[in-house]
Design a protein around this ligand. Sequence first.
Ligand SMILES: Cc1cc2nc3c(=O)[nH]c(=O)nc-3n(C[C@H](O)[C@H](O)[C@H](O)COP(=O)(O)OP(=O)(O)OC[C@H]3O[C@@H](n4cnc5c(N)ncnc54)[C@H](O)[C@@H]3O)c2cc1C
Ligand code: SF4
Ligand code: SF4
Ligand code: SF4
Length: 450
Amino acid sequence: MHKFEHNYQNADGIVEIAKDGLCHRCGACVGVCPVGTLATDKSGYPEIVDSCIDCNICVNACSGIAVDYDGIGKRLFGDAYVNDDPMGVVRNAYVAHAADQAFHRGGASGGVVTQILSFLLESGAIQGAVVVVEDPDDPSLGKGIVARNREDLLRSQQSRYTTSPHLSVLNEIKDDDGRFALVGLPCQIHSLRKRQDMDPRWKKRIPLVIGLFCHYNLPTEVSRQVAAAVTPPGLDVRHVKYRESGEKGWPENTLDLEFSDGSHWHSPYGPAQTFNVLSRVTKLGRCLQCLDATAEFSDLSIADPWIRDEKGQWKYHDSDGWSSITVRTEAGQAAVSDAIAAGALVATEIPVDEIRKGQWQMMMEKREQTAFRISARRLFRLSTPDYPSPLASVSWTTARKEIAFWIMRLVPLIPAIRRLVMRIAFSPFFRRFFVEPRIAARKRNASGSV
Ligand SMILES: Cc1cc2nc3c(=O)[nH]c(=O)nc-3n(C[C@H](O)[C@H](O)[C@H](O)COP(=O)(O)OP(=O)(O)OC[C@H]3O[C@@H](n4cnc5c(N)ncnc54)[C@H](O)[C@@H]3O)c2cc1C
Ligand code: SF4
Ligand code: SF4
Ligand code: SF4
């Protein structure tokens, strides 16, 4: 096993990791601590709440500081794992949607994640599933629950593009002999796999990991900043929905804030454009140094079906939505095949290249941009995650785009300017004359982003 070089140790080390900007707020350190030393604070970062027994389990499970792609990949997939393929290991690929209308209509894309979990729960294959719901104390945060019934699963539907330290809920099942599934973003899955490599009991306890493709996430501060810019005086934000189906259906659904008097604010753009705006005027933190776009270490990865036909038209964009499924392991294949056979999933097998082609630009951009940022940070002696495998080489085009991106990112450093920029960016004028022409150009180039 690769020996990482860093000086982080025990609970104090975890706090240092967050201070050094390497924490993506997965909550794993909180969830795996055997004695409850850590908890998550109001922004989803770990904090010390009790004494530490110096076992270092938390630091060893933390994927914010280090991920040995080759090591984890080879342990999971043997020689089939090749570090330079961003799609990861693939056994089979599908487009699918939930057969259950509530899961289908209410899902982020085709409701496949929730439908598979529901099928596994009902068939007794698992006793619960670690998923994310809106934090009842703060709608700008996600919170982990162990879903054990349909009601729990219905609460967990949809993508929450915000900090969700849901692995903290692992402490609820750490002494449980049952079998659980876990849904996670790539970074969250890295932490789980690191813990499973250290302690095989976690492999038995969580035999199925459902991953989500991830271009980037918006930290909780972003939802709060949007709220500060658009909430009418005297009102509070009651719910934040990142891509509700609503009347328009998939994929036109978008960011929605519900206020304390029942009124709403909707972003004037679709999800991809909304998050493109927000990613340019806010800080993305640790996501800027992330390599994994497809949840390479999941048993099956679910994504939006950014797939076009020969004429350049979207192939799977009816209003109720579809999800793409990338199956990686035997356990993943069994879950999907059994759900199809039981009539729970409506699915069509497709060549994996359809998914690869649709998401290629996003996957490659992520790898190249991360390589550029890590090299730049190393130059300035700033902390970076330890990735033992070689980083992608960076083209001049990416380097130029990155320099422009970083100049633009100076703007949000001053809060008053950031609020002004947000108000302008979400105004009808800006949409008409700046964003719509870019949306039209973007539609001509297939790209699988958020
Ligand atoms: C931050 C983020 C970025 C994404 N980026 C892309 C992308 O670039 N390209 C792409 O094709 N797809 C992306 N996805 C995946 C996509 O948005 C859908 O989640 C996926 O297609 C599954 O849809 P579904 O209808 O099958 O899921 P549903 O049945 O609606 O279930 C959604 C599941 O996602 C889980 N979940 C929601 N938010 C989070 C979170 N923050 N962290 C962990 N788990 C969460 C819930 O627990 C639930 O189990 C992203 C998702 C997220 C959360
Ligand atoms: S007890 Fe162990 S796992 Fe918990 S904070 Fe201390 S070192 Fe980390
Ligand atoms: S385990 Fe997750 S939450 Fe804890 S320090 Fe590492 S990245 Fe942050
Ligand atoms: S970009 Fe990476 S670090 Fe950020 S949420 Fe996605 S998987 Fe996690």
